[in-house]
Design a protein around this ligand. Sequence first.
Ligand SMILES: *Cc1c(COP(=O)(O)O)cnc(C)c1O
Length: 398
Amino acid sequence: MTLNEVIALDKKYFMNTFGDRLPVFFTKGEGLKLWGDDGKIYYDFLAGIAVNALGHSHPALVNAITEQAKNLIHCSNYYYIESQARLAQLIVENSCCDKVFFANSGAEANEGAIKLARLYFKKQGLDKKYEIITLERSFHGRTLATIAATGQEKYQKNYCPLTPKFLSVPMNDIEALNHAVTEYTCAIMLEPIQGEGGVNPANREYIKQVRKLCDEKNILLIFDEVQCGLGRTGKLLGYEHYGVEPDIFTLAKALGGGFPIGALCAKEPYASAFEPGDHGSTFGGNPLACSAGYATLSTIINDKLCENSASMGEYFMDVLNRLKEEFPIIIEVRGKGLMIGVEFSKPIAGDIKLKLFDSGYLVSNLGSNTIRMLPPLIITKDDIDGFINALKKVLQPY
Ligand SMILES: *Cc1c(COP(=O)(O)O)cnc(C)c1O
């Protein structure tokens, strides 16, 4: 099909939640490269929104999916599943959690975290502890409970009444959080480094104070690591930057390397609050998704991609920061590892994204002033240099 034919079908038959998309459909990917419908090559600095951690068509992932699909795709959780057990072990052995439950997306993993936190207190007879505090500018997903958790009005305003008992407070403001905590507070849920809200890392001191507050007030600390987890920030989990451990954390995006899977990960005794019948999923933890997850996570660990993310991220941020002198329209470079936002003093982010697209580079914009880069963790210095050259050309007229 031609691009125009695809666009015509999309406009006629697909619900218009994504508006006018960038004018391309991809036919093939390899590493950082994507081939457009007209054969043009694009360099993927978005990685499907922090999903394609190994780049496109990584042999370890392709082999795992192909082999698993040949043998068994799905069978239901009425039976034991080998790849599910092995992936759960791999996550537990490389993180602070004791047990894992698999979902199909980030929002679903977060729903599980919210349910687990409420259930934990309920089972102790603390029926009143059900309120969840989140942060402004956060993003936790698109389901009804997770939009209530998301501290951004734009995702909520047309869906009122919202799921009750969620409130959000400003990030890096421990006083605001202290004031919001009551006897009803069950959990504090946050992204250690906010993604959709603009690439905003939390302060180290703040996170330590939040941990302390949770310990003192018998409140669970939930980290949403859906975007910042799995090597994205230069460490396997975002919390490792802060010298604290959450009680519960969630994963998704990069976990399947492109195949949909989410994970709810909890320490004991919280994990054991889920007993038979308390939670479930038809597709969650299916053989194919877990084989994809195992291949992706073991490759991230064995190929030292967290280390590459840390060193390439540092290099990337350094060169971006140096561009500030040449292009004063850049006012801030934020992020950690390969989760990077560049803020401009004017609302040009949408234009810059389009012009980079025309020069063969994929990024996203967050609001009107910030562009975001989330390249695959396998990125090299040459890839970054190519991007910087393209960005310089694009910024010339500004
Ligand atoms: C993307 C994202 C989600 C939602 O994940 P879905 O798989 O789209 O449901 C939740 N939390 C964070 C931090 C995210 O970046």
